[in-house]
Structure formats: structure tokens, C-alpha cells
Design a protein. Structure first.
Length: 153
């Protein structure tokens, strides 16, 4: 059996008491920390839940805005398309009017040039006939001059 002197035991008692006190404080501190950690975890769960709720609320608020924006974009696109159709129709109408006018002017120009060409041909024919008549007279005069000069010689 082990025998420990009383003096040694008496020396170790304050040290043992100090150890028990420190162990008790540490245990109390550990229990306090565990309680604090549980409270922090609960706060984090509450914060996570409220954050998810906020995100869902924001998403729910954004859906009507998104729908409104999409509707506005579709309306603007439809308006642009309608304006383009009106503009396209106006351009086509302008082109048709211009084509009709140009066709009429070309027809008039053809008639004028045909008439002018016919008139020029008639004038040319008349001039040609007059030139033939003049040439015929000149030939007759030349023949007469020759006959006269032969008769005079």
C-alpha cells in the first residue's frame, strides 16, 4: 500500500482545489459557450429563414414588373411593326404614283418623238421632192444652155 505523508496531502489540497475550481470554471464556460453557440445557430437559422422569405418576396414583387416590362416591349415592338407597315405602304404608294407618272411621261415622250419623227420624215420627204424638182429644173436648164450654146456655135 502506498503511504503518502500528510504534509504532502496538505500541500496538494490547495492545488487540487485550484484544479477543481479551474475545471468548474471551464465547464461553466464551456456550458455557456455551448448555450451561446446554440443561440447563434438559432439566430443564423432565423436569419436564413427571413432571408429566404425576403428573396421569395422580392421574386414575387419582380414577376409583375417583369411581366409589365415584357408587355411594354411587346407593345413597342408591335407599334414599331405597325409603323413600319404604314411606312412601307406609304413608300409603295409613292412608288406606284411615281411609276404611273413616269409611265405616262414616257408614253407622252414616245408619242411626241414619234410625232416629231413622223413630221421630220414628212418634211424630209417634202424637201426631197422639192430637191428632186429643183434638180430636174437644173438639169433642164443645163440641157437648154447646152442646146443654146451648140446652136450658137
Amino acid at each position: 500500500m502506498l503511504t503518502v505523508p500528510v504534509d504532502t496531502i496538505l500541500e496538494w489540497i490547495p492545488l487540487f482545489a485550484l484544479f477543481v475550481a479551474i475545471w468548474g470554471v471551464n465547464a461553466a464556460t464551456a456550458r455557456g459557450l455551448k448555450t451561446e453557440i446554440r443561440a447563434i445557430r438559432e439566430d443564423l437559422r432565423t436569419l436564413e429563414t427571413s432571408t429566404r422569405t425576403d428573396i421569395q418576396s422580392i421574386r414575387a414583387d419582380m414577376k409583375p414588373m417583369e411581366t409589365g416590362i415584357r408587355t411594354d416591349m411587346q407593345n413597342m415592338e408591335a407599334g414599331i411593326r405597325a409603323n413600319m407597315k404604314v411606312g412601307d405602304a406609304a413608300i409603295r404608294a409613292d412608288i406606284t404614283r411615281m411609276d404611273t407618272r413616269l409611265t405616262a411621261e414616257i408614253r407622252e415622250l414616245r408619242e411626241y418623238t414619234t410625232g416629231a419623227a413622223n413630221a421630220a420624215a414628212r418634211r424630209s420627204e417634202a424637201l426631197s421632192e422639192r430637191l428632186d424638182a429643183t434638180n430636174f429644173r437644173i438639169d433642164n436648164l443645163v440641157d437648154e444652155v447646152r442646146r443654146s450654146s451648140m446652136a450658137a456655135s
